[in-house]
Design a protein around this ligand. Structure first.
Ligand code: GLN
Length: 483
């Protein structure tokens, strides 16, 4: 079945003419028809456009002007702007908004000859950990339809796990690529802040947001990261010479790789089954030659609270642009102020409003120093602490999520517990570090992910280590129990 193949396997078959880009696109569209009613990964499927780009991709393959990803289908999170295709951020306020431009990453996919299958569900404006904050759709975990796929890139993760796309793009502000990747049993990579352009990504927390790949193998994640990375003059935070290279991906081994285990991330919060799966994976990595040591990073304790000041503060400012006049849907009230407040009052969801209020409070005169400034101070303290650890270790390792996929609705009334699940992923966003989640085992027949984080700009090395880990954990990847 074509839909079961990884992108690199598909690429090999396309180049050897065993299949065509059109066949590959059709196979994925047929599987979406068959399965997405159950999964709910896509908000919109771009059938005609996908078939048209598949035809163009095949022409490039025939003319030998193709690249490594030409003809490979991809799903894109619906907070990335797509020219001529509705971009909703899973919010009522953006319903009907059709961007007049492509995000830089989307232009790069097109230049690479990839085939955009559609736009995937997310927590509204990427605010959440379960995909349940989507105002538009429920996405289910392919491992168990009663469970959450994780969030906020839950649609992208579920699409890749359920073989409704071989790869997808997501965005990660506090873990939104890695968390759903872990809960759906696939690979998710957040590159170093600045290596992938944010131009056209609908901003949530601008100093934290990063676009990155979700895929079923590290190799695929690396090749998608390579395709979308690189300097972009349209993003003022984009780094120079930032294209991610994949040439050395398979040349590494775990022999002598120094891995630090932050002891603050191995706390009681980690479910015993997750702990067992993680420990078993760790033993395998040690057998492969990794040198593992516990490391003390006390600032981790403040990560979640720091993030939940900074991210809402930035969100409150970023979301001020949604006034019902310039983008998407509108509600009317009395006069201009009435229009704006009716639009924002009726069309933003609860979690988004909560964050706007918290963020506005944290930035207001009188509280700014106590909250925002203090959070930024803790953030630099934390980065310093991590950077000191990186002088002794190649990377840090922990479970990605302290729990396996939880039941839909289970944590809806316990926002504190839900937010604490970001404990392991948030430090990478606060420090701008590259970080990757990969499948490492199972608990209760549900996938468990491990998260590797490296110093700024170590993306190539981190991917190389992750690739070696993947080879050392042959039981890590399984297909979900779906037809
Ligand atoms: N779960 C985190 C939040 O709710 C992270 C979201 C993200 O990375 N976009 O903000």
């Amino acid at each position: 079945m074509l839909t079961q193949l990884s992108a690199s396997e598909l690429a090999a078959k396309l180049k050897s003419r065993e299949t065509s880009a059109i066949e590959v696109a059709e196979a994925h569209l047929a599987r979406i028809d068959q399965m997405d009613g159950e999964v709910g990964a896509y908000l919109e499927v771009c059938r005609e456009a996908a078939l048209e780009s598949a035809r163009l991709a095949q022409a490039r393959l025939d003319e030998h002007t193709d690249g490594p990803l030409t003809g490979i289908p991809i799903a894109v999170k619906d907070n990335l702007s797509t020219l001529g295709i509705e971009t909703t951020c899973a919010s009522r306020i953006l319903e009907g908004y059709v961007p007049p431009f492509d995000a830089t990453v989307v232009s790069k996919l097109k230049e690479a000859g990839m085939v955009l299958l559609g736009k995937t569900n997310l927590d509204e404006f990427a605010m959440g950990t379960s995909c349940e904050n989507s105002a538009l759709k429920v996405t289910r975990n392919p491992w168990d339809p009663d469970r959450s796929p994780g969030g906020s890139s839950g649609g992208s993760a579920a699409a890749v796990a359920a073989e409704l796309a071989p790869m997808a793009l997501g965005s990660d502000t506090g873990g939104s690529i890695r968390m759903p990747a872990a809960l759906c049993g696939i690979v998710g990579f957040k590159p170093t802040y600045g290596r992938v352009s944010r131009y056209g990504l609908v901003a949530f927390g601008s100093s934290l947001d990063q676009v990155g790949p979700l895929a079923r193998t590290v190799e695929d994640a690396a090749s998608l990261a390579a395709a979308v990375s690189g300097h972009d003059p349209s993003d003022s935070t984009s780094l120079r010479d930032s294209a991610i290279r994949t040439d050395g991906l398979k040349n590494g081994s775990l022999k002598g790789v120094k891995v630090g285990l932050p002891k603050q991330l191995m706390s009681d919060a980690v479910q015993p089954g997750v702990r067992d799966a993680f420990d078993m994976a760790l033993e395998a990595l040690v057998r492969e030659g990794a040198l593992v040591d516990e490391v003390d990073l006390p600032s981790i304790e403040y990560g979640v609270t720091t993030y939940y000041v900074i991210a809402p503060a930035e969100a409150s400012s970023n979301l001020a642009r949604f006034d019902g006049i310039r983008f998407g849907a509108q509600r009317t009230g009395e006069g201009h102020i009435g229009n704006v407040s009716a639009t924002r009052g009726q069309l933003f969801g609860h979690e988004v409003k909560l964050r706007i209020m918290v963020g506005t409070y944290a930035l207001s005169a009188g509280y700014y120093d106590d909250y925002y400034v203090r959070a930024q101070q803790v953030r630099s303290m934390m980065s310093d602490e991590f950077n000191r650890a990186f002088s002794d270790y190649d990377c840090l390792l922990s479970p990605t999520s302290p729990v396996v996929a939880f039941r839909l609705g289970e944590l809806r009334d316990d926002q504190m517990a839900l937010k604490m699940l970001d404990l392991c992923t948030i430090p990478a966003n606060l420090g701008g570090f590259p970080s990757i989640s990969l499948p490492c085992g199972f608990s209760q027949d549900l996938p468990v992910g491990m998260c590797l984080t490296g110093p700024v700009n170590s993306d190539e090395r981190l991917l190389q280590i992750a690739y070696a880990c993947e080879q050392g954990l042959p039981w890590g990847y399984r297909r979900p129990p779906m037809p």
